[in-house]
Design a protein around this ligand. Structure first.
Ligand code: FRU
Length: 709
């Protein structure tokens, strides 16, 4: 579906002929509209108007609510028959009163700012409501004393959020304040602030546009709402392309925000990837479970949102991370519900094998009391840091570990057991860390079992720490023998599942490494790693390989053997270019100082990312000091240790996907990095040697296909 914004210049068009302005009190300045007080609203006379504009300078009081309740049916019918309704400031609350929106806005108050304006979503920048208004941060206006209404932690159920707020030069993406609904044949527009005094051109244009749009002018972009299907998601992808940075073969959200992978499973042969998703924009808030499916781990198709916060439920603030559970054939998920200072386990069951429709258990939340014999860490936000789940069954007993932290000790994976997945009894931590080494809180703990031993990994806010050793089934405790870092870059909160063929496949969230404003401007944030096949070496070290399915991405192939790279500056890869590449090589590193690979280089060398293999220091460094001309992008180096095989060689396997760089050495050490070149000609590739000749025993470069454009 194509988004058609061809009619996007309403600001210059005529105003709707007939507008009835309904207010509680007269508003400034005088406007050329017939005005009635809300108390005198005569619904019989509404037919004469194209659009009704309801403005309230304060929150709705009881009298206003009663009046709205009395006329609500007729007003909704007026809109459903094709009428337009503009709700400004306090009147945005009327949407819930009229049944146009399932949720009340969650903040009604005065703006505490000298200057306030709009923060337009990239997804909607071409929406007719912004016709004649430039940029995502159009000029702000002095604050007024009028009430401001917005949805913050909640995401409205039925509306498109077109813009949030910007106060005193600061983006406030979570204050969702410009909304559109469709009701039957009519349109409703809600603007929570900034239209009281109409001091600026932007405000006047916006008002004209809102009235005209509500009256039915301008095409409707129809990317709308939050519970939509594949076509709408495709339209969203088209609306926020970000061609230089958005990965072409890594999974990314259709638009908006993605974090952790959740509920991973291969069910009836299909791979299901759920993920933490905010439909309100590219920032972390009002978290839902997004959903995508694949038959081959390479091509992913968007499914409708699987789980949404329930404003009256234990997950009102967010449906956070969780895992898949096969409850004797019933597909289920255990997730964390966030609500009012609590993070509590909840269960949902799928109603069909497509895993599209989920019913939350009536018993939610399942664990309401923190264990008495551990001092679970509190924080400003949470009565107890207690979230994320890994569930398994041994014999007839269900077990789960929950991520947490113990006061004064460190991150912990707390073990619970249950007979029915609903009633849980606390056991003890299977492992507690030292806060000085692996942080005070562990998120997303996962216990993986292999023939060679067990692997427990936890995300400690900065990195993914792993412990390898044995899980003692009798004592129900993890006995670590070794520990390390699963990935030395931005790979975070990974989750794994056993594929039908026995492979353990792991996905992780690849965080952005550019500032929040740049993420807002791009309109999307967060990528999923490639699936990694995880195993344990005989000595207990985790190892990674890439699923052979990914070879389907390979197109043009460049192959070299026994290639000599000299410090004379000749680049043997001068003929290759691209921003979606796979590189695989084995290097003879005896007597070598530094050798490396240059990626995303402009012809003049202004932008370039250098993978420096510093052999003497036994280190691989991703040097991002010249990766991007933009100040918004991080330019610090990422690094990981390098070990050489006994014969003095090492292997490097690398996937470049526009802003994503996934790097593996010896199939064991991993480093994922993010780069944001600004120039379209940042596509050069090179090899260099610093202080002596280097022999590359084998080198394969594939140009990879895009699965997303
Ligand atoms: C990890 C995490 C989890 C939490 C989720 C919220 O990135 O913070 O602990 O459940 O993300 O989105």
């Amino acid at each position: 579906m194509k988004i058609d914004n061809s009619n996007a210049t309403l600001g210059t068009g005529p105003r709707p002929q007939t507008t009835l302005l309904v207010t509680e009190t007269p508003i400034e300045p005088d406007l050329p509209y017939e005005t009635h007080p809300l108390a005198d609203l005569s619904v019989e006379a509404l037919d004469e108007y194209d659009v009704l504009w309801m403005h309230c300078e304060s929150a709705l009081d009881d009298a206003a609510r009663q009046r709205l309740a009395a006329v609500g049916g007729e007003l909704t019918a007026f809109v459903a028959d094709g009428g337009g309704l503009l709700l400004t400031h306090g009147a945005v609350e009327a949407a819930a009163e009229l049944g146009i929106e399932a949720h009340e806005p969650d903040s009604v108050g005065r703006v505490d700012a000298d200057e306030t304006g709009f923060l337009v979503r990239r997804l909607f920048e071409d929406h007719p409501i912004f016709g004649g208004i430039d940029g995502l941060r159009p000029n702000g206006a002095p604050a007024t004393d009028a009430v401001s209404v917005h949805y913050d932690s909640l995401h409205p159920n039925d509306a498109d959020v077109l813009a949030a707020r910007r106060d005193d030069g600061t983006d406030r993406p979570n204050l969702k304040s410009l909304l559109c609904w469709e009701v039957g044949d009519g349109r409703v527009v809600g603007v929570g602030h900034g239209l009281a005094a109409l001091q600026t051109d932007v405000q006047e244009t916006l008002l004209d546009n809102c009235l005209a749009y509500a009256a039915g002018e301008g095409s409707d972009p129809r990317t709308v709402g939050r519970s939509k299907g594949r076509e709408e998601f495709e339209a969203m992808r088209e609306a926020v392309p970000d061609a230089n940075h958005r990965p072409a073969y890594h999974f990314t959200p259709p638009a908006n925000w993605l974090n952790d992978p959740n509920g991973l499973v291969q069910w009836n042969g299909r791979y299901h990837l759920f993920y933490q998703y905010n439909p309100a924009g590219p920032f972390h808030d009002s978290i839902h479970w997004g959903h995508a499916v694949s038959d081959d781990l390479v091509h992913w198709e968007d499914e409708p949102i699987a789980l949404a916060p329930d404003p009256d439920g234990p997950d009102a603030v967010g449906v956070w991370s969780g895992c898949f559970v096969d409850d004797e054939g019933t597909p289920s998920v255990m997730y964390t519900g966030g609500d009012d200072g609590d993070q509590l386990p909840c269960l949902a069951r799928a109603e069909d094998d497509s895993l599209r429709t989920w019913t939350k258990a009536a018993e939610n939340p399942l664990i309401t009391e923190m264990p008495a014999d551990v001092d679970v860490l509190q924080s400003i936000d949470w009565r107890a840091e207690f979230r994320d789940h890994c569930v398994w069954r041994t014999g007839e007993t269900w077990y789960q570990i929950v991520g947490s932290g113990i006061e004064g000790e460190g991150g912990a994976a707390l073990l619970f057991e249950s007979e029915d997945l609903l009633e849980w009894e606390y056991c003890h931590p299977i492992l507690t860390g030292d806060w000085r080494k692996t942080g005070p809180i562990w998120e997303c703990p996962e216990l993986l079992r292999f023939d060679e031993g067990s692997l427990l990994h936890v995300s400690d806010y900065s990195k993914v720490a792993y412990f390898s050793g044995e899980y003692d089934e009798a004592a129900k405790r993890f006995e670590p023998e070794d520990h390390g870092v699963l990935d030395h870059g931005v790979f975070y909160a990974p989750q794994s599942f056993a594929a039908d063929d026995g492979r353990t496949l792991m996905f992780g969230w690849l965080k952005e490494d550019r500032d929040r404003e740049a993420q807002w401007d791009a309109g999307w944030s967060g990528a999923m790693s490639l699936p990694r096949v995880v195993s344990l070496a005989a000595d207990g070290t985790p190892e990674f390989s890439l699923p052979t399915e990914l070879e389907a991405l390979r197109e043009t192939h460049h192959s070299f053997s026994d290639l000599t790279v000299s410090p004379d500056g000749t680049n043997p890869l001068a003929d290759i270019e691209g921003d979606t590449l796979e590189v695989k090589m084995t290097v003879d590193a005896r007597n070598v100082g530094e050798f490396g690979l240059v990626l995303r280089e402009t012809p003049d060398g202004e932008e370039r990312t250098v993978v420096r293999c510093k052999i003497r220091h036994r280190e691989v460094v991703v040097d991002r000091s010249q990766s991007s001309n933009s100040d918004a992008a991080a330019d610090s180096s990422d690094s990981m240790p390098l070990t050489l095989d006994e014969d003095g060689t090492f292997s490097l396997h690398l996937f470049l996907d526009r802003s994503v760089l996934e790097l593996f050495t010896n199939d064991a050490q991993a480093l994922t990095s993010r780069i944001y070149p600004t120039r379209p000609d940042s596509t050069g590739v090179g090899l260099y040697a610093d202080d002596c000749e280097v022999t590359v025993r084998s080198l394969d470069v594939w140009e990879l296909a895009a699965t997303e454009d």
